[in-house]
Design a protein around this ligand. Structure first.
Ligand code: PMP
Length: 447
């Protein structure tokens, strides 16, 4: 094996060298153009190389790029906290900055724990999460993540946290209606709390719409309200991991707004600074934050938290999100893209499900739409389709997982600035790629 680079990530997989990016497109150094159909990893919500964001960052760089938060407050951080609080649902108005999603999740859990201590609930430490789920790559977040390939090797190093099944209703073969199914899955939280001993349970964390782990999984409406009720019944904090769903991705600033739910703590990142700078935030209710600060302070923080450059990027991104009305566009374009993806089901009987909200959309491949049996693992469809699309200049994002069984799902999540002709471009390239995959794998196509 020859080594061409000193750099490594998960594997040695070599990809072309990125040259430049603009709007919803990226170009490699050979000049080939790619439509960013997954906004990177659901990050580039306002698109690439936005001139106003670049200008705001340059201006900030000329003044200061770093000032340690314990030595100075800074205007961009104050402004971004104010803007964030205004955009969040009523009651979620205290903002703590971090540099990414895992840090936002870790911060949420640590704030919850310290809050419980201030309330005399020292025994509460268990954070229930869902299986499958993804909450980040740091060990604390790995303990919450329900995805065996990424968690198993590290199990001895973690305090295992209880998991309940994510509401994978599309796989259920029961005769329940949507509402009853949503309640069925929500009751699993209640059962788990009782099994664990309510006095030991600190919080429940969930992605309101599943991201990478479940492929844009939306629960029935009844699920969300019932989960909130159950948490309230036992005095358990509800943490929404909106790292992927936040910042307008699903057609609301945060996905909790779809159901009128106010979580106690929310983790944000990805679209929050849309890739212009590593940035995330934990947003919490005032009574939680004040209790912790009054009791002596939050025993937690990261070196780069709230640095002026990252926060200048964040404020400029949120300003663009509003100026261009991108949340409305995400909702409108999301409807169109979802209906295009749904139409593909006529041509490809092996598309078993299309799901999601706004521009957090996914489709799943199956051997049989009735039984929802997945494609054989050996076909490696989740890699092959991504590669076939990539060859044709379209980037999509895939995973092979769903509950205990495995299935191939593909996230189609372009930047929120996308327009109708660009959606048609995605659909056309997907058809070429799916046709080609079907021919290779002998899968049926209705023409
Ligand atoms: N939570 C969710 C829901 C995510 O999708 C991600 C990233 N995919 C994370 C947390 C972790 O974010 P980061 O990689 O920025 O640490």
């Amino acid at each position: 094996m020859t080594r061409s680079s000193n750099l490594f990530y998960q594997s040695r997989l070599a990809r072309p060298m990125l040259d430049r990016a603009e709007g919803i497109y990226l170009w490699d150094t050979s000049g080939k153009r790619y439509l960013d159909g997954s906004s990177g990893a659901m990050v580039s919500n306002i698109g690439h190389s936005n001139p106003r964001v670049i200008e705001a960052m340059k201006k900030q760089l000329d003044k200061s790029s770093f000032g340690y938060r314990l030595h100075f407050q800074n205007e961009p951080a104050e402004k971004l906290a104010r803007m964030t609080a205004e955009l969040m649902p009523e009651g979620l108005d205290r903002v703590f900055f971090v540099s990414g999603g895992s840090e936002a999740v870790e911060s949420s859990v640590k704030l919850a724990r310290q809050y419980a201590i201030t309330q005399g609930n020292d025994k509460r430490w268990k954070v229930i999460s869902r299986f499958p789920s993804y909450h980040g790559g740091t060990l604390g977040a790995v303990a919450l993540t329900g995805y065996d390939p990424l968690t198993k090797p590290f199990a001895p190093m973690m305090r295992e946290m209880p998991k309940i099944p994510a509401p994978l209703c599309y796989l259920d073969q029961d005769n329940l209606d949507d509402e009853a199914r949503g309640l069925k899955y929500a009751e699993m939280l209640r059962d788990e709390i009782i099994a664990q001993g309510p006095e030991t349970v600190l919080a429940f964390i969930m992605e309101p719409i599943g991201g990478a782990s479940t492929g844009a999984l939306v629960a029935p409406d009844s699920y969300y309200g019932r989960i909130r009720e159950i948490c309230d019944e036992f005095g358990i904090l509800l943490i929404y991991d909106e790292v992927m769903t936040g910042a307008g991705r699903t057609g609301k600033f945060v996905a909790s707004e779809h159901w009128g739910i106010t979580p106690d703590i929310v983790a944000l990142s990805k679209g929050f600074a849309a890739g212009y700078s590593p940035l995330g935030a934990m947003v919490a209710k005032s009574d939680i934050v004040d209790a912790v600060l009054d009791a002596g302070g939050f025993l937690h923080g990261f070196t780069y938290a709230g640095n002026p450059l990252a926060c200048a990027a964040g404020t400029a991104v949120l300003t663009e999100l509003q100026r261009l009305d991108l949340i409305t566009n995400a909702a409108a374009m999301g409807e169109i893209l979802k209906s295009e993806l749904t139409t593909l089901m006529d041509r490809y009987p092996f598309i078993g499900d299309v799901r999601g909200k706004g521009l957090l959309l996914a489709f799943e491949l199956v051997s049989d739409r009735e039984t929802m049996v997945p494609l054989p693992k050996g076909l490696n469809a989740y890699n092959r389709l991504v590669d076939l699309a990539y060859e044709r200049g379209l980037i999509i994002y895939s995973r092979r997982t769903r509950g205990g069984i495995e299935g191939d799902h593909f996230l189609v999540c372009p930047p929120l600035i996308i327009n109708r002709p660009q959606i048609d471009e995605i659909t056309a390239t997907l058809i070429e790629s799916l046709d080609s995959m079907a021919a290779e794998m002998n899968l049926p196509v209705n023409v």
